[in-house]
Design a protein around this ligand. Structure first.
Ligand code: TYD
Length: 226
């Protein structure tokens, strides 16, 4: 790699940060209520006159829908590393074709799951290594990190009871055992501890309206700071 003239420093591998938009992600285990909170935030921001792009991973693009089908519904084995790469491939395409263009237009992107899910599920859950999996996603996205990540924290047993009540068949990840989901939760909390300025951690057992109010309060601060 060449160096920046006169400094000896290596040029940054990262593309410039998004100039005008706001990138907000929702994270947490399965069954914690991310989709509900994302929808409530979208409604509030739209009413306030903002242009919102609501999306998700895996499956936020046409290519992503195909990847989602493999990674969540393939009946045979998918090796752990292949799984991590599939999520990263979905993310690379999603960020390049949908998320970055929206942020460049100045839109608010509200996204159900992002790279923290890979770190928690593949890095910790599948024990592939949290740093390696984070680095893979940072490469895939050219270093794009959210402005805000809302972590909806819930103990896996309560989340599982909510999913059971939904009566939908479990996907490959949801079907994992309790200790897998315990590792995922622990990693999400560790990620939030490591980056308190990016994360808002909320107790997902609280009523949805209270959670939505807490999210709005934090987003308002970001909008005013922008
Ligand atoms: P999600 O779309 O939230 O599930 P649902 O449609 O059932 O609400 O996520 C699908 C699953 O993919 C979920 O179990 C978590 C998992 N996942 C990973 O393991 N790694 C990742 O990087 C992402 C984005 C999701």
């Amino acid at each position: 790699m060449s160096s920046v003239p006169g400094t000896g420093a290596r040029p940054s591998a990262r593309t410039p940060p998004h100039p005008a938009g706001l990138f907000i992600t929702f994270e947490g285990g399965d069954g914690v209520g991310k989709t509900t909170q994302a929808a409530l935030l979208e409604e509030w921001l739209t009413d306030a006159g903002r242009t919102v792009v609501r999306t998700r991973e895996p499956g936020g693009t046409e290519v992503g829908v195909l990847i989602r089908d493999i990674v969540l519904h393939h009946r045979g084995e998918v090796s752990a590393r292949a799984e991590a790469l599939l999520y990263a491939a979905d993310r690379a395409h999603h960020v390049a074709t949908l998320v970055r263009p929206a942020l460049a237009r100045g839109d608010v992107v509200i996204q159900d799951r992002y790279l923290d899910s890979s770190v928690a599920y593949q890095g910790a859950g599948r024990v592939l290594g949290t740093q390696e999996v984070r680095d893979l996603s940072l490469w895939a996205t050219e270093g794009l990190l959210p402005d805000l990540t809302v972590l909806l924290d819930l103990d896996p047993a309560t989340a599982r009871a909510r999913l059971d009540a939904d009566d939908k068949p479990f996907d490959r990840l949801e079907a994992e055992k309790e200790h897998f989901h315990a590792r995922v939760r622990e990693e999400f909390l560790a990620l939030a501890d490591a980056e308190p300025e990016r994360f808002l951690v909320l107790d997902a057992s609280r009523p949805a309206v209270d959670l939505a109010a807490a999210v709005r309060e934090r987003v308002e601060l970001l909008l005013h700071a922008a």
